[in-house]
Ligand binder design. Structure first.
Ligand code: PHE
Length: 464
C-alpha cells in the first residue's frame, strides 16, 4: 500500500469531493467484490438454475464465466484504469478520433437504468422480508404458507411501490451523503458473515431428507435440458453476475491504483463470487426437494424456500433476520455500483453536480421502476413480447445489452487498442511480468469471446 504514490486518487463517492481512486489493494478487491456479489448470487442464480434444468445450466454458466466473463472483466477494468474516466469519456479518449466506441458507455447507462428498475424491486422484497422476519410471520416449512406470504407482498401495488421508493431513496442518500466509503467498509466486514451464514444454511439443508436429490439436480447435468435459450440465459447471468458489459467495471477500473494486479484481482473476485452462488444453490435445492417446492418457481424461489430452511433450526427466526439483512447489505453494494454509472456520466459529461446527478437518477428510477414494481399487480397484464416489464427489462439488459457490450469491449481491445497497449496496461507498465497471460487474454478477446457471444446471442434469440 503505497500511500505516497501520486497516482492514488480517491473515488468520488468515497470522498464526495473529487474524482479519485481506491486507496488500498484490499479496498479495491472489496469494492469490486461488493459490486459483483449481490442478489445475482442469492436470488437470480438459484432461480435461473432451477428454472433451466439444474446442473447443465450450471455447467454452461461456469464455462461462460471462464471463457467470456473473465477476459471481458479484465479488459473492462484495464481500459477504465488506463483512461481514468467514466465509460463514455474513457472510450472516447482511447479510441481513434471520430470512431463511435463511446456508444458502449451510452448503452451501459441505459442498461444501468433497466437493471436498477427491476433490481430495486427485488431489493425492496428483501427489505420487506427483513421486517417480516422480525415479526416471524413467514417461518414455515409448508410451501403454501411461504408462497402465500410472498404473493401477498408482490401482488400489493402500494407495498411494492413504497418499498421500492424506500430502497431508491436509501441508496440515493448514501451517494448524496458521500458515505459510500462507510458502506464499503461495512460490506467488507459483513460479506464474510454472509458467507458463514450461507455455510450454516448449507449444513442444515444437507441434513434434510431429500438432500441427495437436491444435490443431484444441482450437480448432475442432464444435457437434454440445454437449449439455445438456456445457453443464452447462462451467458447473460455470467455478465450480470460479474457486473460487466455495461461500464460498471470500467468505472471501478478508473478508481483502481496503478500498481494493482488486475488479473489477480479479477480472478479473486470471480472465485469468491462463484463460491457465494454455489453456497446459495446448495442451501436452497435440497430444501426445494425435501419440502416439495417447485425448482422452477422463478423469481419467488429464494423468498419461499429460505424461510423453510430456517424453520428447521433453533433460533431460526433471528438467523433468518440476519440472512435478509446481510442480503440487503450485499444488494446495497451492487446497487451503489450500478448507480455509479449514470451518476458519474451525468456528472462528468453533462456537467451536473454529483448531488444533482444522483437526485435526477433516483427520480428517473422512481418513474421507470414503477413499471417493474407493479409487474405482479396493477401491470401484470401489460406485456411486450409476452413479458412483463420486470421480465423484459431483465431479459433485455442481461441477454442483449450486456453481451453486446461485451462483444464491443472485446473487439475494441482486440482490434483497435491492440496488443502492445493492452499488454503494457495489464503489466502495470513494466512492473508485472505477465506477458504470457496478457497474450492469452488478448487472443481470447480478439477472436474467441466476441465470436462465442455472437453465436450464443443469435442462436438464443432465434436468428438461425
Ligand atoms: N453483479 C450484481 C449482482 O449479481 C448486479 C450488477 C449487475 C451490478 C451489473 C452492477 C452491474 O447482484
Amino acid at each position: 500500500m503505497n500511500k505516497k504514490n501520486t497516482t492514488v486518487r480517491h473515488a468520488p463517492g468515497l470522498t464526495g469531493l473529487s474524482r479519485a481512486g481506491f486507496s488500498s489493494g484490499f479496498g479495491v478487491l472489496a469494492a469490486t467484490l461488493g459490486s459483483a456479489v449481490g442478489l445475482g448470487n442469492i436470488w437470480k442464480f438459484p432461480y435461473l438454475t432451477g428454472a433451466n434444468g439444474g446442473a447443465g445450466f450450471l455447467l454452461v454458466y461456469l464455462l461462460a464465466t471462464l471463457l467470456i466473463g473473465l477476459p471481458v472483466m479484465i479488459a473492462e477494468i484495464t481500459l477504465g484504469r488506463q483512461a481514468k474516466a467514466n465509460p463514455i469519456s474513457a472510450l472516447q479518449a482511447l479510441a481513434p478520433k471520430g470512431q463511435p466506441w463511446w456508444l458502449i458507455g451510452a448503452a451501459g447507462m441505459l442498461a444501468a437504468f433497466l437493471i436498477l428498475s427491476f433490481y430495486s424491486e427485488v431489493v425492496a422484497w428483501v427489505f420487506a422480508y427483513v421486517v417480516k422476519a422480525m415479526r416471524g410471520s413467514i417461518l414455515s416449512s409448508d410451501p403454501r404458507v411461504t408462497e402465500a406470504a410472498f404473493s401477498a407482498l408482490i401482488s400489493d401495488p402500494l407495498q411494492s411501490l413504497l418499498w421500492q421508493w424506500g430502497v431508491l431513496v436509501f441508496i440515493g442518500s448514501i451517494l448524496l451523503l458521500g458515505v459510500t466509503k462507510g458502506i464499503e467498509a461495512m460490506t467488507k466486514k459483513l460479506l464474510p458473515v454472509l458467507f458463514l451464514l450461507l455455510l450454516l444454511l448449507c449444513v442444515v439443508s444437507l441434513s434434510l431428507d431429500k438432500a441427495a436429490e437436491g444435490l443431484a439436480f444441482l450437480f448432475k447435468p442432464d444435457f437434454s435440458k440445454i437449449s439455445a435459450s438456456v445457453v443464452l440465459t447462462a451467458m447473460g447471468l455470467a455478465f450480470f453476475k460479474l457486473s460487466i458489459g455495461m461500464g460498471t467495471m470500467m468505472t471501478y477500473g478508473s478508481y483502481f491504483r496503478d500498481d494493482q494486479n488486475i488479473p489477480l484481482t479479477t480472478l479473486r473476485v470471480m472465485s469468491a463470487d462463484l463460491c457465494v452462488s454455489m453456497l446459495a444453490g446448495i442451501a436452497i435445492f435440497p430444501a426445494v426437494f425435501t419440502f416439495g417446492f417447485a425448482p422452477a418457481a422463478g423469481p419467488a424461489l429464494v423468498f419461499i424456500t429460505i424461510p423453510a430452511v430456517f424453520s428447521q433450526i433453533p433460533l431460526g427466526q433471528g438467523l433468518m433476520l440476519a440472512f435478509f439483512l446481510l442480503a440487503a447489505v450485499a444488494a446495497t453494494g451492487a446497487m451503489l455500483s450500478l448507480m455509479e454509472v449514470p451518476v458519474v456520466i451525468l456528472h462528468e459529461r453533462f456537467g451536473l453536480s454529483r448531488a444533482r446527478a444522483t437526485v435526477f437518477t433516483v427520480l428517473l428510477l422512481i418513474l421507470l421502476g414503477a413499471s417493474c414494481a407493479l409487474s405482479n399487480s396493477a401491470l401484470a397484464d401489460f406485456k411486450l413480447f409476452g413479458l412483463t416489464m420486470f421480465d423484459l427489462f431483465d431479459f433485455v439488459s442481461s441477454n442483449i445489452i450486456l453481451p453486446a457490450g461485451g462483444i464491443f469491449i472485446a473487439l475494441f481491445v482486440g482490434w483497435v487498442w491492440g496488443f502492445k497497449k493492452f499488454r503494457l496496461a495489464l503489466g502495470n507498465h513494466g512492473q508485472l511480468h505477465n506477458e504470457k497471460l496478457a497474450r492469452a487474454v488478448f487472443y481470447l478477446l480478439r477472436c474467441v469471446s466476441p465470436l462465442l457471444i455472437l453465436i450464443v446471442m443469435l442462436k438464443g434469440l432465434n436468428f438461425f
